[in-house]
Design a binder for this molecule. Structure first.
Ligand code: BES
Ligand code: ZN
Length: 878
């Protein structure tokens, strides 16, 4: 468009910024006032103007920009142009700067002075509160992803506008000032100092970071000399040692895996007391929640250790996949997150083979499967038309389905070809941006396989198939349909990489299945088919993202194979997970699911047994609504089933026992407590009372503490709240976040709704950081769901004011989704009708759909007459 035809109007309401001016370099100066929670700053942006324009349009939000502080200096002339108008459009988060004359094509520098508030919303430039020598202090922290750099300084705040950053901070002399790059110079001037950082390589705005506060650190170097530090609150640096070790190893591993060295001279990682997500991969300055970075030898649990390792690996993977090669637009967010999730398991598996993390990975797939079985899901590559829509796609589709389809592709192409092609992709797009398509092209070139065609069916359409199989006349008949938890059938169709094995893992076949229906000749397996104990398993080791529905004959043979320990742990997990999903969708009877559960009586693998437990507890929750009169029998069956496992493990760790035993012990004892098992509850209370007097007692090691807390809460009711009060005492006295989280996760697990309500109120009090509300919400007992929903409605206005981003959406999903009747579904629809905004719309829709699905499952179960008898039979078998 010719400059003469431009008007300010045309820039409003657009999903993306106009492209006629692009930043090349930012000189950014920030001066935070920690006590006043305010900051002042100025930015000089070196711009390339590619078409004549009277306007410059860039992002800014919640910043004061005085027109007098804005100017543009075209390079190669002495002129400095003042704008005639600077319009701030809050709904689009943009500044429209209008000049009297046309800016020439070429380079120039735009200078803007601005002021802002260090907010308490954990995004943009914000304050986090910590204690130093018994005194409360503020630190200044940035969190810019996805689109909050604009809350700190005016900028072209889209991932494709990469530029160089030169940052300078004016801060109190006694503080530590950190940014993406190392410090080149510090000039102390009385109470303040100016800290200048080296210029960064070109990078996206969402990866810029600045932190100012008082910290300790531990330090180490990688074999090729990269300096790695873990910063913590003063006095806690020893808790950073484990993450430091993992980080050093991970940087070395990824340098080899991506075949490109880590691009920056240093890597700082820091624990932030108030943090919206788990961690953030800022280039060279990764920020974490305390629980995701710190590990205390005495009081952290095995699960905490694993979390730290996986999160560190995930964020460090982004330094290549995301930071060096960046998605072109948020539609390709999954490239960042799906990939980092997948490769974090690859790293964890290398460093900790005994954790069997690839089996644990199946829990990621399950979460992806669950969300993607909703009509309200979305394709992996999702249209983004407004910034408010971005937060909600940091979800199980981008992360978990994303990671699962990458795993599927890797196992189809083979590990070596996959890695080589990836390295080629990283090399080609380093210091620039890429789209999903670009990754497929690299993999197609490296492998000679039809990667685009295969993967488009998985990333451009939502959902996934269930492949139904049966045997007829020596042939395996297959049919694919889109799986939906509602029980209806979608119209999707996929290119499915089928693998199958027959009677043994040495007898395997694989092929691509892209028709609706097909047949596979089993004559090669003839010898096998004649055997009495014949079985067939599709999706071998669960490496692909589809479900399988076996006919009754094949199902019962698989049950046999499970009982006789013929299947791999991943396949045992898969058979259960598919059966559970099919049951919920009304495609299989609850009684056959219960029979299947019983066949896991000799299960040995943590992940599988943990999944049996979650499935069982979900069933119990549903039955409590559908057939409350049978709940007692179900609980008895489940307790009888779980108790032998718990007996074997006991409460105390055996010396030298493995990581997975520690995880399993916690899961089993928690489940038994939730099921109301008296023996477990009494023992928990006994041990807890010792712990209450002596926090270092060996009777309550960190791995069983959460179980004990949950057990204790089963003894609490509104007229006897001693247990609840004792837990609050633990919460108040500990300075370890992981301990606080364990308490928060148990406070609402009480069966008494009035106590649940009290816990929810406590969650909103000043004693609980906003970042931690989610843990209490997730722990609401099945008896507490109705009161939690009631409570949410009463407190909605407050919640809306205090929480934003993913933290806000959790309130909706954790309170609404467990409801299980149509009346509640109607209520939720009614309530959100006038309250839905772009930043929660997707979650509201998905949560209500889940209520409808639960309600349908309840109805289906009511229609199954023989549940009582089946439970009695199963109980007798034990
Ligand atoms: N890039 C994300 C952080 C993020 C999340 C920014 C949501 C903005 C919105 C980071 O790499 C990440 O994925 N963190 C995870 C932890 C990870 C181990 C799955 C998180 O925060 O949960
Ligand atoms: Zn990530």
């Amino acid at each position: 468009m010719a400059a003469a035809e431009q008007s300010a109007e045309q820039f409003r309401g657009q999903a993306r910024l106009p492209r006629f001016a692009a930043p090349r370099r930012y000189d950014l100066r920030l001066a935070p006032d920690l006590a006043a929670c305010a900051f002042a700053g100025s930015v000089a942006v070196g711009l390339a103007v590619s078409a004549p324009t009277r306007f410059l349009v860039l992002n800014a939000a919640e910043l004061d920009v005085a027109p007098a502080g804005v100017s543009f200096a075209p390079h190669g002339s002495d002129k400095v142009l003042q704008p005639v108008e600077v319009t701030n459009v809050p709904e689009d988060e943009i500044l429209i700067i209008c000049f009297n004359e046309v800016l020439p094509v070429g380079e120039g520098t735009l200078t803007i002075a601005f002021q802002g508030t260090l907010n308490d919303k954990m995004h943009g430039f914000y304050r986090s509160v910590y204690e130093l020598d018994g005194e409360k202090k503020n630190m200044a922290v940035t969190q810019f992803e996805p689109a909050d750099a604009r809350r700190c300084f005016p900028c072209w705040d889209e991932p494709a506008f990469k530029a160089v950053f030169k940052i300078s901070l004016e801060v109190p002399s006694e503080t530590v000032a950190l940014s993406n790059m190392p410090i080149i110079e510090e000039k102390v001037n009385g109470p303040t100092k100016i800290v200048n950082f080296e210029e960064s390589p070109i990078m996206s705005t969402y990866l810029v970071a600045v932190i100012v506060g008082i910290f300790d650190y531990v330090e180490a170097f990688t074999t090729d000399g990269t300096r790695v530090r873990v910063y913590t609150q003063v006095g806690k640096s020893a808790q950073g040692k484990f993450a430091l070790e993992v980080a050093v190893k991970t940087l070395v591993l990824f340098k080899e895996y991506f075949a490109v060295p880590y691009p920056l001279p240093k890597m700082d990682m820091i624990a932030i007391p108030d943090f919206a997500s788990g961690a953030m991969e800022n280039y060279g300055l990764v920020t974490y929640r305390e629980t995701a970075l710190l590990f205390d030898e005495k009081h952290s649990a095995a699960a905490n250790k694993q979390r730290v390792a996986v999160v560190v690996a995930h964020e460090l993977a982004h330094q290549w996949f995301g930071n060096l090669v960046t998605m072109e637009w948020w539609t390709h967010l999954w490239l960042n997150e799906g990939f980092a999730t997948w490769v974090s398991y690859l790293a964890a598996d290398q460093f900790f083979p005994e954790w069997n993390v690839w089996t644990q990975f199946l829990e990621e797939s399950t979460t992806g499967f669950k969300l993607d079985a909703l009509a309200g899901s979305h394709p992996i590559e999702v249209d983004i038309n407004h910034v408010d829509e971005i937060d909600e796609i940091f979800d199980a589709i981008s992360y978990r389905k994303g990671a699962s389809v990458i795993r599927m592709l890797q196992s189809y192409l083979g590990a070596e070809v996959f890695q080589k092609s990836l390295a080629a992709y990283i090399k080609k797009f380093a210091y620039s941006n890429a789209k999903t398509e670009d990754l497929w092209a690299a993999l197609e070139e490296g492998s000679g396989e039809p990667v685009r065609k295969l993967m488009h069916s998985w990333t451009k359409q939502q959902g996934y198939p269930v492949v139904s199989v049966k045997i007829k006349d020596g042939k395996l008949q297959l049919e694919q349909t889109q799986f939906l938890s509602s029980g209806s059938t979608g119209v999707g169709q996929w290119v499915v990489p089928i693998t199958l094995c027959c009677c043994s893992y040495s007898c395997q076949e694989k092929f691509l299945f892209n028709e609706k229906q097909g047949e596979f000749d089993l004559s090669g397996f003839m010898g096998c088919q004649k055997k009495d104990n014949f079985w067939i398993k599709l999706n071998v080791n669960q490496t692909s993202f589809y479900r399988v529905s076996y006919d009754e004959e094949l199902s019962s043979r698989l049950r046999y194979a499970i009982e006789n320990n013929k299947l791999s742990a991943a396949d045992r997990y898969g058979v259960l997970d598919d059966a559970y999903a099919l049951c919920m969708a009304g495609k299989q009877k609850l009684v056959s699911l219960l029979h299947l559960i019983a066949s896991y009586k000799d299960e040995t693998e943590y992940t599988v047994l943990a999944h049996v437990i979650t499935t069982s507890l979900d069933i119990a929750e549903m039955m409590a609504v559908a057939v409350p009169e049978e709940l007692g029998n179900l609980k008895k069956f489940l307790i009888d089933f779980l108790e032998p496992f718990a007996q074997k493990l006991g409460w105390d760790a055996k010396s030298g026992e493995g990581h997975l035993n520690a995880l399993l012990r916690g899961a089993l004892l928690t489940a038994l407590a939730e099921l109301g098992h008296e023996g477990t509850i009494n023992e928990a209370v006994r041990r807890f009372n010792v712990f209450l007097e002596d926090r270092d007692t060996p009777l309550l090691p960190p791995d069983v503490r959460k179980a004990a807390y949950v057990a204790l809460m089963q003894t609490v009711n509104k007229s006897n709240k001693t247990g609840y009060e004792s837990l609050l005492k633990i919460y108040r006295e500990t300075d370890l976040s992981q301990e606080k989280v364990r308490v928060l996760g148990s406070l609402a697990s009480c069966p008494d709704p009035e106590v649940v309500r009290e816990a929810l109120d406590f969650m909103l009090s000043a004693e609980v950081r906003n970042q931690d509300a989610i843990f209490l919400l997730r722990g609401v007992s099945s008896g507490g769901h109705d009161v939690a929903w009631q409570w949410l409605k009463e407190n909605w206005d407050y919640i809306l004011g205090a929480y934003s981003g993913t933290l806000l959406t959790y309130f909706v999903s954790t309170t609404v989704s467990p409801l299980a009747t149509d009346e509640k579904g109607d209520e939720a629809e009614e309530f959100f009708k006038s309250r839905t905004k772009a930043n929660i719309a997707r979650n509201v829709r998905q949560s209500i759909e889940r209520v409808r699905i639960n309600a349908q499952w309840v109805k289906n179960t009511k229609g199954e007459a023989d549940i009582g008898n089946v439970l009695k039979n199963l109980a007798n078998k034990h």
